[in-house]
Ligand binder design. Structure first.
Ligand code: NAP
Length: 266
C-alpha cells in the first residue's frame, strides 16, 4: 500500500509507526527518522518524561504520542497499543527495539538474569508482534522490524542469555515472515554491531571493571573486531530500519540484516 499522494520527501506519510524503547539510543534515532520521513509515531518505553521530551522535539509534535509500558508485560502492551491506536490511528509499522544486555559467565547467569534477558528481548518482541499483527493483516499491509544483534547471529563470550534471546528474535522474525508472507506484511530483523549508546557504555564499563582494563582499552578491543575499525552510530541502524519500512521494500522479508561494519558477513 503505497500512498501515491505522499510527497517524495515524506514516503511514510499516512503511516503510523510504533517504536519500543524509543526514548534514547537506537530507538530515539529510529523514531526521528521515521517521523522525518512522514510517519506519525508512537514512542513506547518505561520513562514517561524522556519519551515526552523527545515527542515534543519532533517537527510535528501533534503527530507524536508517548506511552509508557514495559514490553515484558502483555497486559501493559495491549493497553499501550489501544491508546496509541485511539490517538494516532491503526499501527502499521512496528519496530521492536526495546532491549537490555547484561553480561555474565554461564555459571554466574542465574535464573533471574536468564529470564530477564528472555523477557525483555524476546518475549517483549512476541507481545508487540502479537498485538500489532491483527490490524496489519486486516488492512493487508504492515512492516515489522525487530532489532536483534550480531549476538543473534553468532556467539560472543559472557552473553549466553542475551545471545539466546537475540537468536530467538531472529528465529521469530523468520518464522513470522513465512507465516504472513502472502498477506502484505513484511517481517525483518536488523542486527547491529557495537553501537554508541548507553547500552554499549554500560557494557564497556562492566568489562573494564571485571578485567582491570581501562574503558578506552576495552573500547579499542571492540573496535578491533570490526573490519571498519569503528563503532556504529545509532542513526546508521535507524537508516536500515527506515529502508525496510518503505513501501518499496515489499519484497524484503524474513531477513536478518547486520549493520556492523562487516563484523559479520553472511
Ligand atoms: P539503550 O540505549 O540502553 O536503550 C534501550 C531502550 O530500551 C531504552 O529506551 C529503554 O527504555 C528500553 N527498554 C529497556 N527495557 C524495556 C522494557 N522492559 N520495556 C520497554 N522499554 C524498555 O540501548 P540501545 O543500544 O539503544 O539498544 C536498542 C536495541 O538495540 C536493543 O534491543 C539492543 O539489544 C540492540 N542492540 C544494541 C547494540 C549496541 O551496541 N548498543 C548492539 C546490538 C543490538 P528506558 O528509557 O525506559 O530504560
Amino acid at each position: 500500500m503505497s500512498d501515491i499522494n505522499a510527497p517524495a520527501s515524506l514516503p511514510l506519510q499516512g503511516h503510523h509507526a510504533l517504536v519500543t524503547g524509543a526514548g534514547r539510543g537506537i530507538g530515539a534515532a529510529i523514531t526521528r527518522i521515521l517521523h522525518a520521513r512522514g510517519a506519525r509515531v508512537t514512542l513506547l518505553g518505561r520513562e514517561a518524561a524522556r519519551l515526552a521530551a523527545l515527542a515534543r522535539e519532533l517537527e510535528r509534535p501533534e503527530e507524536a504520542y508517548a506511552v509508557v509500558a514495559d514490553v515484558g508485560d502483555e497486559y501493559a502492551v495491549e493497553l499501550a497499543f489501544a491508546s496509541a491506536r485511539s490517538t494516532l490511528g491503526e499501527v502499521d509499522i512496528l519496530v521492536n527495539n526495546a532491549g537490555q544486555a547484561r553480561s555474565a559467565t554461564l555459571a554466574a547467569t542465574d535464573a533471574e538474569l536468564w529470564s530477564d534477558m528472555l523477557r525483555v528481548n524476546l518475549t517483549g518482541t512476541y507481545h508487540c508482534c502479537r498485538t500489532a499483527l491483527p490490524g496489519m493483516l486486516a488492512r493487508g499491509w504492515g512492516r515489522i522490524v525487530n532489532i536483534a544483534s550480531t549476538a543473534g547471529l553468532t556467539g560472543h563470550p559472557y552473553v549466553t542469555a542475551y545471545s539466546a534471546a537475540k537468536h530467538g528474535v531472529v528465529g521469530l522474525t523468520r518464522a513470522l515472515a513465512a507465516e504472513v508472507a502472502r498477506q502484505g506484511v513484511t517481517v525483518n530483523a536488523v542486527c547491529p554491531g557495537y553501537t554508541d549508546t548507553d547500552l554499549l557504555r554500560e557494557a564497556v564499563a562492566n568489562i573494564a571493571a571485571r578485567t582491570e582494563q581501562s574503558e578506552d582499552e576495552v573500547r579499542a578491543l571492540l573496535v578491533a573486531r570490526s573490519p571498519q575499525r569503528r563503532i556504529i552510530r545509532p542513526d546508521e541502524v535507524a537508516d536500515a530500519v527506515a529502508c525496510l519500512c518503505m513501501p518499496e521494500a515489499s519484497a524484503v522479508t524474513g531477513q536478518a540484516i547486520p549493520v556492523c561494519g562487516g563484523e559479520i558477513m553472511k
